[in-house]
Design a protein around this ligand. Structure first.
Ligand SMILES: O=c1ccn([C@@H]2O[C@H](COP(=O)(O)O)[C@@H](O)[C@H]2O)c(=O)[nH]1
Length: 254
C-alpha cells in the first residue's frame, strides 16, 4: 500500500482515502454499492489513488469531484468514467482559470514528504471530457445506495455536496469542514455560499464527511456556519475583500 495515502473505514462499505502529508490534507470517499462504486473527490494526483481504490472494490468506479479545483481532480486521470456539475464543465474541459505554473507553486507551497517518484516537472492539471454532466437534484445510483446531488456554489461555481439519505451522510466537499472556509477567490461568492449553507441546513445529517482536515466534524458546525454567515451579512461583510473571520471550529475568508 502506498505511503502517500491513508485509508480508514467509515462503515462496512465506505472508506476515506486521505493525503495527510500535504498541507491541503484532502479526503476522498469511496462508496461501494452492489452495482458500482463512487469515488467522491480524487485528491491531488501526486500518487496513484486508483491503486488504492482497486484494493477496496472490484466494481466499476465512477469518479466525482465535488468541484474542479486542482486538489480535488488530480486523480481523475486514472478513471475512465467521471462526472462533473454542469457549471464547471468548461473548467475541466480546457478553461480552468489558473495557470499550471501557479498551481505547481501551490503544490509545493509548504514542505512535504512527497513520494520518491513524484516529479513536479511532470505535474499536470487534469483536463478531459466528463462521461456525464450533473445538475442539482440528480441521483447517482450505486445499486443498493443512492446519492443525491445538491448544487452548493459559493466556494466554486459548480460545487456540489452529495447526500445519502438512507444513512443521513452528507459528503460536504469544501462547503463545510473544520478549518478556513474560502469565499475570497475571484470565482467565489460569499452571498451564494451562504445560500448554499441554507440549502443544507434542513437536511437530517448523522455524519459530515468533509474534503479537508479533521474528520471528526461536529454536526453543530452546519448551524454555526449558517449563523456566522448571517452575522456577517448583518454587518455588511458578505462582500469580497472583507477579511478573515474566526469562530471556534472554523474561519471564513471572504
Ligand atoms: O481562484 C482560485 C481558485 C483556487 N485556488 C487554489 O486552489 C486551491 C483550492 O483548494 P480548495 O481545496 O478547493 O479550497 C487552493 O490551493 C487555492 O489556493 C486559487 O488560488 N485561486
Amino acid at each position: 500500500m502506498s505511503e502517500w495515502f491513508t485509508v480508514e473505514q467509515i462503515d462496512e462499505d465506505t472508506y476515506v482515502i486521505s493525503e495527510y502529508k500535504h498541507w491541503e490534507e484532502t479526503h476522498c470517499y469511496l462508496l461501494n454499492g452492489t452495482e458500482r462504486s463512487l469515488l467522491i473527490d480524487t485528491g491531488m494526483g501526486i500518487d496513484n489513488i486508483k491503486e488504492i481504490v482497486n484494493q477496496l472494490t472490484d466494481k466499476p468506479v465512477i469518479a466525482l469531484p465535488t468541484h474542479t479545483h486542482w486538489d480535488h481532480i488530480g486523480g481523475l486521470q486514472y478513471f475512465d468514467e467521471f462526472y462533473v456539475h454542469e457549471d464547471e464543465e468548461e473548467w475541466i474541459n480546457g478553461n480552468f482559470p489558473l495557470t499550471l505554473e501557479y498551481i505547481k507553486s501551490l503544490v509545493i507551497e509548504e514542505p512535504c514528504d512527497f513520494p520518491s517518484d513524484f516529479d513536479l516537472d511532470k505535474y499536470e492539471i487534469f483536463q478531459g471530457q466528463p462521461s456525464k454532466v450533473l445538475k442539482d437534484g440528480d441521483i447517482i445510483d450505486l445499486g443498493n445506495r443512492k446519492l443525491k446531488v445538491i448544487h452548493t456554489p459559493g466556494h466554486a461555481p459548480g460545487h456540489i455536496c452529495l447526500y445519502e439519505e438512507a444513512r443521513e451522510y452528507l459528503y460536504s466537499g469544501d462547503l463545510i469542514y473544520i478549518g478556513k472556509l474560502t469565499a475570497f477567490f475571484p470565482t467565489s461568492d460569499p452571498v451564494i455560499y451562504n445560500n448554499s449553507i441554507k440549502k443544507i441546513l434542513p437536511l437530517p445529517v448523522k455524519k459530515i464527511l468533509s474534503a479537508h482536515h479533521d474528520l471528526n466534524v461536529p454536526l453543530s458546525i452546519i448551524s454555526e456556519i449558517s449563523e456566522a454567515f448571517d452575522d456577517l451579512k448583518i454587518k455588511g461583510k458578505l462582500k469580497q475583500g472583507s477579511g478573515t473571520f474566526s469562530y471556534p471550529n472554523f474561519e471564513i475568508e471572504i
